[in-house]
Design a protein. Structure first.
Length: 491
């Protein structure tokens, strides 16, 4: 029975709570049966929902029934094992427990005093992660929501180190401010561009550096760009190599780039939002050579450590650089606890911060380091297996190396009547590959995404769902070949 005041009665909470957990368990158990991409037209959900809020509270059983009726059809199932688009990321069920409890505590981890547990568990669990990734012990981490936000904070700290008192004086109305430059490869994630927009540096400050044919930044081009900029009176403030770029998962040569940053005194921020998780697996550490020399590193456990979105970690060589950029303590937030404690609000834009460390703590404790390593190794094995099918087939070709678990490939037969490599052939291949992707995606059987590499429409298959098995890769391979036959008019 609903009460006039106060919360849902405990007996109702218990009853519906069990129902929700059952619902989630069934959802995970039958996740394969859903179409990966929601099969609804735009506005279907909006058209099926009342335009205004109910005047009187509703029975929660009815609300839950609407989850099946209205919410579920509009869900794109990121947890589906055949979600291979973008980067395949998914939650473990134990991660869901972390979210449930964090929601129950509902703490705002701004100050140590408002949330000792969140502050201290975050320190402990990030130090576990640091050790798992074999990063030196001077790195200290802080949790943000996304890599976009982590990187934006890192650039702000790099800008702070360069001087110019921008924190206090701002950037507008000043004629003493040269152009400040940030460097990244031409394959850098768009979050860097957006970070620069947000910080008022503007897109003009981003200089994109050419890559080799493996899509890796060329350090000699970086040096040339920096020297040219310095000659023109510009000031380099930050270089952002990526380990695991978004288009192809290519690996910029961090060690060589670290030499350059050291020489010119530039902040080095490593974006390894996607691939950073694999640093917990010893044989993948070769890809991270030199990252221990970085000023900051971003890695997203919400991408590939089975932790529900959102949880991004920014590791800093000296967290005080972030504090210098962002600490600002209003009167009503002053306590007598400093300097013995760390206050999360000092390290970024947000005041209140979610208790995100709990879910990562659950995930690491439940799977253990070995369990997580085994899963990452298996995903990389499956991606290499898929790549071997592509390599062995005459109808398909690889378009990028596979250092982790992303395969970039395309169908390479267009028509026997068109000469191979001609413009006509390339245009036709682009169309065929795009059609194949669209047909598979609209079938709901799997989800692939794409990129463009050297003008070629490139299919991207990412393996990363905690629920993926070899049979799911066989299924996509079959779908791809069926669709290719359709496109070539053979079916
Ligand atoms: N950096 C890289 C290399 C990425 O691949 C992505 C997303 O895929 C991001 C940054 C942005 O991640 P987020 O959604 O956490 O902001």
């Amino acid at each position: 029975m609903k009460k006039e005041f106060g919360d849902m009665p405990t007996e109702d909470f218990r009853k519906y709570g069990y129902e929700v957990v059952d619902w989630i368990a069934n959802y995970f158990e039958h996740i394969d049966e859903f179409p990966v991409l929601a099969k609804v037209d735009p506005n279907w959900l909006k058209d099926n929902l009342p335009q205004s809020a109910p005047e009187k509270g509703e029975d929660f059983g009815g609300v839950l029934a609407d989850v099946d009726r209205l919410i579920l059809p509009s869900v794109t199932h990121w947890n589906h094992p055949n979600f291979h688009g973008l980067f395949a990321t998914s939650t473990s069920s134990v991660g869901v427990f972390g979210e449930m409890l964090a929601a129950a505590f509902d703490m705002k981890a701004m100050l140590w005093r408002t949330s000792p547990v969140s502050t201290e568990l975050e320190d402990v669990v990030l130090d576990w992660l640091r050790q798992m990734m074999a990063l030196p012990d001077h790195f200290e981490g802080i949790i943000y929501d996304t890599a976009s936000v982590s990187t934006m904070h890192a650039i702000a700290a790099g800008r702070g180190r360069a001087g110019f008192h921008i924190r206090d004086e701002g950037m507008s109305g000043r004629d003493d401010l040269p152009l400040l430059r940030v460097y990244a490869s031409e394959h850098v994630h768009s979050s860097i561009d957006k970070g620069l927009i947000t910080l008022g540096l503007g897109l003009r400050s981003l200089r994109k550096i050419e890559c080799n044919d493996r899509f890796e930044m060329l350090p000699e081009r970086l040096t040339e760009a920096i020297e040219e900029d310095i000659e023109n009176g510009f000031v380099p403030i930050c270089v952002i190599p990526t380990v695991g770029t978004t288009s192809t998962s290519s690996v910029d040569p961090v060690d060589a780039i670290a030499d350059i940053c050291e020489k010119y005194g530039i902040w080095l921020h490593v974006d390894t939002a996607y691939a950073g998780s694999t640093a917990i697996v010893p044989e993948f550490r070769q890809f991270f050579k030199g990252w221990e020399r970085a000023d900051s590193i971003v890695v997203n456990p919400h991408k590939w450590l089975f932790t529900p979105f959102d949880l991004s970690v920014l590791f800093c060589k000296n967290l005080n650089d972030l504090k210098g950029a962002f600490s600002l303590v209003a009167e009503y937030l002053k306590t007598t606890d400093e300097p013995a404690v760390k206050n999360g609000m000092d390290y970024g834009v947000q005041l209140g911060r979610r208790f995100r460390a709990l879910k990562l703590w659950f995930v690491i404790r439940y799977f253990g380091v070995e369990g997580m390593q085994a899963r990452l190794r298996e995903h990389c094995r499956l991606a290499r297996l898929f790549a071997s099918w592509v390599e062995e087939s005459e109808n398909w070709e690889m378009l990028a190396p596979v250092p982790f678990a992303l395969v970039c490939f395309r169908a390479c037969v267009s028509s026997p009547h068109v000469s191979k490599g001609s413009k006509q052939d390339e245009d036709k291949l682009n169309q065929i590959n795009e059609n194949i992707m669209n047909e598979i995606n609209s079938s709901g059987d799997a989800y692939l995404s794409h990129t463009k590499l050297n003008g070629k429409f490139t299919l991207r298959l990412s393996v990363g769902s905690i629920r993926v098995e070899e049979r799911h890769l066989h299924k996509v391979w079959e779908l791809l070949n069926q669709q290719l036959a359709v496109q070539l008019g053979q079916k």
